[in-house]
Design a protein around this ligand. Structure first.
Ligand code: NDP
Length: 330
C-alpha cells in the first residue's frame, strides 16, 4: 500500500522534495468501515490550498501524513451494513492505494451506469461545481451571453456546454493552447474561443464578445477577471469559482482596476463553494446525466497511470497539461 505524504509546505510552485511516496501497511477496516482498493484518484487545483498552512474552508494537509482527495474504488472487505465486497464507492481518501473508510463517508456508485472515473468528473464534484455555479450563483438565464475561463478544463468545459444546452445567446471560452481553443469551438460548440497566451485577454474578449457578457464564470482570476468586468453588460453576474492564476503566488495579486464599472452596470460578483450546493446533486444528475449519455454534452479526461505519478498529475493540472478532468488510474 503506497501513499503520498506532504513533507513540507510548498512556497510558490510545489517541488517534488515537498512530497514523498511512502510504503505503508494496508489498513484494517474497523466496525462500520470498508476496505477500499482505489481505482481512480482525483487531482484538483484546490489541493494546492490545502498544502499551505493558511486558514481556509478545508483544513491544511498535515505534514508527514497522507494527503486526501476524491477517489473511487472497489470494496475488498466490508464490516458495514449495506456495502458488500465488490461494490464500488466514491470517498475522500485518495493519494493512496488502499483506504479504510467509514460507511457513512462512502457513496455507492454504479459501475454499469457510467465509467467509474466520471464520478470524479463530469458526473461528480467538478460537474456539480459547473452546474451550481452557473445556474445558482451566476443565476444564468436563457439568452445570456456567457464567458468562461479555464474553458477546456473539467469545470469550464461543462459550464460552457450547459450554458449552450440551456439557450445561451453566445458562449465564449478561453484556454491556454490553440488545440484547446479548437476543441472548444469544434467539439464543445462554443461560439467563440481564444488562447489567453496569444495576447491581452481584454482585447481578445472584446473581439469574441462584441455585445458584451451577461455572465462570467471565473476559474482563473487576474487579467481574466478584469477583462470580464470590462466587458460586463447591464445586470451582469460574475461567479467566482476559482483563481488558479494566483494559487502559486508568493505575493498577493493586484485586484481588478476597473471595479467601478460594477456601479454603472449594477454588476454583481459572488464567490461560491460547491460544498454548499449538494442539495442540487439529484437535479444535476437528472438533467446532466442524460446529456452526457446521449453525447449532447461532451467530456474529455486526461488519464495518468500509476500511484507513482499522482504528484506529477497534480502538478500537471496547475501547468495545464490536462484537457478535461485530470484522473489518476491505478
Ligand atoms: P481544470 O481541469 O480546469 O484544470 C486547471 C486548468 O487551469 C489547467 O488545465 C490550465 O488550463 C488552467 N490554468 C493553469 N494556470 C493558469 C493560468 N495562470 N491562467 C489561466 N489558466 C490557467 O481544473 P478544475 O476544472 O478542477 O478547476 C477549475 C477551477 O475551479 C479552479 O480554479 C478550481 O480551483 C476551481 N474549483 C472551485 C470549486 C469551488 O467549489 N469553488 C470546486 C472545483 C473547482 P490552460 O491550459 O487553459 O491554462
Amino acid at each position: 500500500n503506497r501513499e503520498w505524504h506532504l513533507l513540507s509546505r510548498p512556497v510558490g510552485w510545489p517541488k517534488p522534495e515537498d512530497f514523498a511516496l511512502v510504503e505503508a501497511e494496508v489498513p484494517t477496516p474497523g466496525e462500520g468501515q470498508v476496505l477500499v482498493r482505489n481505482k481512480y484518484l482525483s487531482v484538483d487545483p484546490y489541493m494546492r490550498g490545502r498544502m499551505s498552512a493558511a486558514k481556509s474552508y478545508v483544513a491544511p494537509f498535515e505534514l508527514g501524513k497522507v494527503m486526501q482527495g476524491g477517489a473511487v474504488g472497489e470494496v475488498v472487505e466490508s464490516n458495514a451494513e449495506g456495502i458488500a465486497v465488490g461494490d464500488h464507492v466514491l470517498h475522500f481518501f485518495g493519494w493512496r492505494e488502499y483506504a479504510a473508510v467509514d460507511a457513512k463517508h462512502a457513496v455507492k456508485v454504479d459501475a454499469d451506469a457510467a465509467p467509474l472515473s466520471t464520478y470524479l468528473g463530469v458526473l461528480g464534484m467538478t460537474g456539480l461545481t459547473a452546474y451550481a455555479g452557473l445556474l445558482r450563483t451566476a443565476a444564468f438565464k436563457e439568452g445570456d451571453a456567457v464567458f468562461v475561463s479555464g474553458a477546456a478544463g473539467a469545470v469550464g468545459s461543462q459550464v460552457g456546454q450547459i450554458a449552450r444546452l440551456k439557450g445561451a445567446s453566445r458562449v465564449i471560452g478561453s484556454a491556454g493552447s490553440d488545440e484547446k481553443v479548437k476543441l472548444l469551438v469544434e467539439e464543445y460548440g462554443f461560439d467563440a474561443a481564444f488562447n489567453y497566451k496569444n495576447g491581452p485577454v481584454s482585447g481578445q474578449l472584446r473581439e469574441a464578445a462584441p455585445d458584451g457578457v451577461d455572465v462570467y464564470f471565473d476559474n482563473v482570476g487576474g487579467d481574466h477577471l478584469e477583462a470580464a468586468i470590462g466587458s460586463l453588460n447591464q445586470g451582469g453576474r460574475i461567479a467566482v469559482c476559482g483563481m488558479i492564476s494566483v494559487y502559486n503566488n508568493t505575493e498577493p495579486a493586484p485586484g481588478p482596476r476597473n471595479l467601478a464599472r460594477l456601479i454603472q452596470t449594477r454588476g454583481r460578483i459572488e464567490g461560491f463553494l460547491v460544498g454548499d450546493h449538494y442539495d442540487l446533486q439529484p437535479q444535476f444528475v437528472q438533467e446532466v446525466g442524460p446529456w452526457v449519455a446521449s453525447g449532447q454534452l461532451k467530456y474529455r479526461e486526461t488519464v495518468v497511470e500509476g500511484i507513482e505519478n499522482n504528484l506529477e498529475a497534480f502538478l500537471g493540472v496547475l501547468r495545464g497539461d490536462n484537457t478535461g478532468k485530470m484522473i489518476v488510474k491505478l
